[in-house]
Design a protein around this ligand. Structure first.
Ligand code: PGA
Length: 366
């Protein structure tokens, strides 16, 4: 089973009821782009947890806490326990974020105590690890990650309730992002540090200055299963980062169905296709490009500036496109929510005689 992509939004100590509500509503609306293809957990400040739970009801979005107590219930003024989070319906929390480690003295021992409490309460966790700049410069990245993991591994009995976030401290909130190769190397090393039975199943997220611009290349790496996002999770475009994590299914055998039950439009379609015909201008800064595989061809409507990538013979990866019927033909729209990129996937020769006309067929899934 491939690992389901996971994206966490860490709102840190930001926002008001008004700004949190507006952002949460926007994110909820955007979730139609990925539905349940990505597991998403938003961690607001504690006073907004209840509000977000209500907004996210009947949406694929989940709410998480940023912190909880290492202790049990009792005379611990100011603390909130793992079981209290569960009691109000919160199923996730961060543990060991670098800001808690460096600004609030959260040691490996404290993290271990919190992991133990989370496991007892059946609270799922995003456990954060990562090295400081001077540790990376001394090539201690793997040693630091191992130390942080080794401190908590003995406390974990249920790995299905654990996600790991690798966040190099020098990349958090600095605009300096690890290169995809640096991140992949660290993630692969972390996977090897996990108990064998859990290693292939545990999601390992990258965190540290993730943006809409750098997320696509990072998510393409084998051991990067998603992101923990700080600053960029406070913007409506956070949806684009989540959407970039939707796994692309190849267009080997798309399903086509008779038009009798057609819906006028459908969103979230992803596929590969070979460019068969060079882009033609379709007015208003848009172009049409015909792509396909051995089972079907479709017309893409793309923004004018994207058309130049679509050279005849190249295989394009289309993600989250909108499919509509135009004058009886299927047209796939690459709008602001959709992605179009060159792909290195090989597909066979295309039989252009099998054009799919909306008069007869509807593209139902890929
Ligand atoms: P950033 O924060 O995305 O703003 O760098 C990441 C985090 O702190 O989890």
């Amino acid at each position: 089973m491939p690992r389901k992509p996971f994206v966490g939004g860490n709102w840190k100590c930001n926002g008001t009821i008004a700004s949190g509500t507006e952002l949460a509503e926007t994110l909820k609306n955007g979730s139609v782009m990925y539905k349940n293809a990505v597991e998403v957990v938003i961690c607001p400040v504690a006073p907004q947890i209840n509000m977000l739970s209500k907004i996210f009801k009947r949406s694929p979005l989940n709410v998480g806490a940023q912190n909880f107590s290492k202790d049990a219930e009792g005379a611990f003024t100011g603390e909130i326990t793992a079981s209290m989070l569960k009691d109000v319906g919160v199923n996730w929390s961060l543990i060991g974020h670098s800001e808690r480690r460096t600004k609030y003295g959260e040691t490996d021992e404290i993290c271990a105590a919190k992991v133990e409490k989370a496991q007892e309460a059946k609270l799922s966790i995003i456990f954060c690890i990562g090295e400081l700049l001077e540790e990376r410069e001394k090539e201690e990245t793997d040693a630091v990650n191992k130390r942080m993991l080794d401190a908590v591994i003995p406390k974990i009995t249920d790995w299905s309730k654990v996600v790991i976030a690798y966040e190099p401290v020098w990349a958090i909130g600095t605009g300096k992002v690890a290169t995809p190769d640096q991140a992949q190397d660290a993630h692969a090393a972390i996977r090897k540090m996990l108990p064998e039975a859990a290693a292939e199943k545990v999601r390992i997220l990258y965190g540290g200055s993730v943006t809409t611009d750098n997320c696509k290349e990072l998510i393409g790496k084998e051991d990067i299963d998603g992101f923990l996002v700080g600053g960029a999770s406070l913007k409506p475009t956070f949806t684009d980062i989540i959407t970039a994590c939707v796994p692309v299914k190849p267009l080997t055998k798309p399903e086509f169905r008779k038009v009798s039950s057609i819906e006028p439009e459908q969103r979230g379609v992803s596929f590969y296709g070979k460019v068969l015909k060079a882009a033609e201008s379709a007015g208003e800064d848009a172009s049409t490009v015909v792509v396909g595989d051995e089972t079907a061809t479709v017309t893409l409507r793309v923004r004018g500036d994207r058309a130049s990538t679509c050279e005849v013979g190249k295989v394009m990866r289309v993600q989250n496109a909108k499919v509509i019927m135009v004058k009886g033909f299927i047209q796939v729209q690459i709008d602001k929510w959709a992605a179009l990129a060159l792909s290195d996937v090989e597909i066979g020769e295309v039989n252009t005689k099998k054009d799919i006309s909306g008069v007869e067929y509807e593209l139902t899934s890929t």
